[in-house]
Design a protein around this ligand. Structure first.
Ligand code: MSP
Length: 509
């Protein structure tokens, strides 16, 4: 059995979860579910990033303590993961005691290993990013991500000797050409490292809402060091009394978008090297979901509401749409109207109608009983080819390609119904055996398609299996032809993807 440790970023709780967060979580969940289908031992981690000035400020504006504020907002993110049917094995919060103790121990290790020193920091700081900027990195004097004016900060704090890791990092990149995907992000990160690294401050003197440095409790750990360590701390306390580190470390995949590339591809591996720990195997840097060509973000206020989409179309529609409409890895525009369109054209027409037609025909022509026949060889080989392709693509986190490969079976089955015209065969009793083959092929193929799609459509796949009289078991071994038992009794359900009159309209809430 393979072990798979898989992570999403931990999200800032300073505002509400939006479709951008749901996106990364859904993508990771598809991978996690797929690997579990294949019998792998998966540990899927997500959670919330709760320290830092940003939260303390918003809490103060609302008249709340920081803890009360983060408790409330973290719960919204946990609800988001539940609403998108994510199957995380642990939801970490950086205010967890187990996490905070781990951060202190880790910082002490870095210091004991000689990677930490005291100095003075001066610079332009963007609270939105919780990061310092150089003058030349700003856009017209404003933060390139938030469009706000950074503040000048000067304070004495503790530094992490990032510069010392330039050579080891380059060596790691060169020895592991798939450390960062896609290639363009690998090149970007490597070029950044090759351009020279400056030491980074790992503490803040002026911020109380954080983890105190063990050797200087008047300072708190810089929120990014605190946050990155969630990936390691979680394994030490997610299961009380058990340390999962030996079992799952290092992560097989870490998913994130390019906004936080440098933290994950430069600082994070350097921190791990500084503590003599092995590095994550691969980082997947997916693109931005954009609305009218601008990155969706809480600070810009142009967010699509995942809860509204789920309420109107169901969670499978949201999961399907996000992976289908924007090629995973690239940037892409999204809109409520596009959700509406794909829902009807693909989920309702291609898949939902197929299931209804197949079960209705078996009812009508064979009294609801799956006939005893073998799957048509063309469809059988389409299923086998798709099974290979889906697995290969998911392994590389090419999720859109994986979905496309699974959908080919749906398309082939729709073509097969039209070509074979079972309604014509049914009129001629001499062609009963042919009709058996057609009906069996349709039912068996649709069953296999449900298993191929189960990681993306966790609600519909079991419903399809039940409608076809197949066991509700999405084991990957069953993504193969000729496994539907003859004699199974179909149980036609209502429409899987009922018609929805109106789109949520426009593209911005
Ligand atoms: N708290 C930090 C991450 C710390 S990880 C140790 C943070 N949080 S965040 O709430 O801003 O989340 C950023 C992440 O959310 C992105 O890297 C991406 O995974 C996801 N996305 C947020 N908006 C998104 C889009 N518009 N498009 C794609 N992904 C989006 O940064």
């Amino acid at each position: 059995m393979q072990l798979t440790f898989l992570t999403t970023p931990i999200y800032y709780v300073n505002a509400q979860p939006h479709l951008g967060h749901a996106y990364t979580t859904i993508a990771a969940d598809v991978y996690a579910r797929h690997m579990r289908q294949r019998g792998e031992d998966v540990f899927f981690l997500t959670g919330t990033d709760e320290h830092g000035d940003k939260n303390a400020r918003v809490a103060a504006e609302l008249g709340l303590t920081p803890q009360a504020f983060v408790d409330r907002n973290s719960a919204n993110f946990l609800r988001m993961t539940e609403d998108v049917r994510a199957t995380q094995d642990f939801f970490i919060r950086t205010t967890d005691e187990g996490h905070m103790t781990f951060v202190q121990d880790f910082l002490q290790t870095l210091k004991d290993n000689g990677h930490v020193y005291e100095g003075t920091y001066e610079g332009l700081y963007c609270t939105g990013c919780e990061a310092f900027y150089k003058e030349e990195e700003l856009k017209d004097g404003l933060c390139p991500d938030h469009g706000t004016k950074p503040e000048w900060l000067q304070e004495s704090n503790w530094f992490f000797r990032l510069s010392a890791f330039q050579e080891p990092l380059l060596a790691h990149y060169d020895a592991n050409p798939d450390f960062v995907s896609p290639q363009s992000r690998f090149n970007e990160a490597r070029a950044f490292i090759a351009g020279g690294l400056e030491d980074v401050s790992l503490s803040r003197a002026s911020i109380d809402w954080g983890v105190p440095l063990p050797w200087a409790p008047d300072q708190t750990c810089y929120v990014w060091f605190d946050a990155l360590l969630n990936y390691a701390s979680s394994l030490t306390y997610a299961r009380p009394g058990e340390d999962l580190t030996a079992r799952y470390w290092p992560p097989r995949w870490q998913l994130l978008a390019k906004d936080i590339l440098k933290f994950h591809a430069v600082i994070w591996p350097a921190m791990l090297m500084g503590a003599n720990r092995s590095l994550p195997q691969r980082l997947m840097i997916h693109g931005y979901l954009t609305v009218r060509d601008t990155k969706m973000s809480k600070s810009l206020g142009n967010v699509l509401d995942p809860f509204a989409v789920i309420e109107r179309y169901g969670v499978d529609a949201l999961r399907y749409y996000l992976l289908r409409d924007v090629r995973f890895g690239s940037d892409g525009g999204i809109s409520y109207d596009a959700v509406h369109e794909r829902y009807h054209a693909e989920l309702a027409n291609d898949l939902g109608n197929l299931v209804n037609r197949v079960t209705a025909m078996i009812e009508r022509y064979r009294d609801g009983i799956v006939p005893n026949a073998a799957c048509d060889p063309t469809i059988a080989s389409a299923i086998e080819a798709s099974r290979e392709a889906v697995a290969t693509h998911i392994h590389e986190l090419e999720l859109t390609e994986a979905l496309d490969a699974a959908w080919l079976v749906v398309r082939d089955l729709n073509r097969f119904v039209e070509e074979q015209a079972p309604w014509t065969l049914a009129k001629n009793p001499a062609r009963a055996a042919e009709l058996d083959v057609v009906l069996y092929t349709l039912a068996d193929g649709t069953r296999a398609a449900a298993i191929l799609l189960a990681a993306v459509l966790p609600e519909s796949a079991p419903r399809i299996l039940t409608a076809l009289g197949a066991p509700d078991d999405v084991d990957w071994e069953h993504a193969a032809p000729n496994l539907l038992a003859a004699g199974a009794v179909v149980a036609p359900a209502g429409p899987l993807f009922p018609h929805i009159e109106e789109s949520l309209g426009g593209d911005v809430v």
